[in-house]
Design a protein. Structure first.
Length: 150
């Protein structure tokens, strides 16, 4: 997906098994952020930064949805532990990460594997992608503040 593309209508199912659809956010900008794994250092820092700035994001007209390939049960624990006020999509079948183009080959310590590339899509009120922040552009500890400056 690129800037100017229409985001998919069906985003997936959240930590409670409820379907999340783009139409639920009509009239709001949507921060759709993809992260590799619940309860890892960078992903926790990113989620907590967004949590800490959630009120200010809402005041600016944003809704927030997080996405990883972790299970709904993992998301429930992650949300409860860190008091996250926004839904987390459990993309266990990789449908959304692949559709959005954030499932890719990665490398760590010489080992190659597939995983989620940390990416945030900012989607406007009409469902069009208006900004993409990816990889090292994302400062996990201050990502919430980063979003407020867009």
């Amino acid at each position: 997906m690129q800037i100017g593309d229409k985001a998919p209508e069906v985003l997936g199912h959240d930590e409670n098994g409820l379907e999340v659809r783009l139409e639920q956010f009509r009239g709001h900008k949507l921060v759709l952020y993809f992260y590799p794994k619940d309860n890892t250092a960078g992903c926790t820092a990113e989620a907590c930064s967004i949590r800490d700035n959630y009120g200010a994001l809402q005041e600016q007209g944003y809704a927030v949805v997080g996405v990883s390939v972790d299970s709904a049960a993992s998301h429930q624990k992650f949300k409860a532990k860190h008091e996250l006020p926004f839904p987390l999509i459990a993309d266990v079948d990789h449908a959304l990460v692949e559709q959005m183009g954030v499932w890719a080959e990665k490398s760590m310590y010489g080992r190659k594997y597939f995983g989620t590339v940390r990416t945030t899509f900012v989607i406007n009120e009409e469902g069009i992608i208006e900004d993409i922040i990816q990889g090292k552009q994302i400062k996990t500890k201050t990502h919430g503040e980063q979003l407020l400056t867009l």
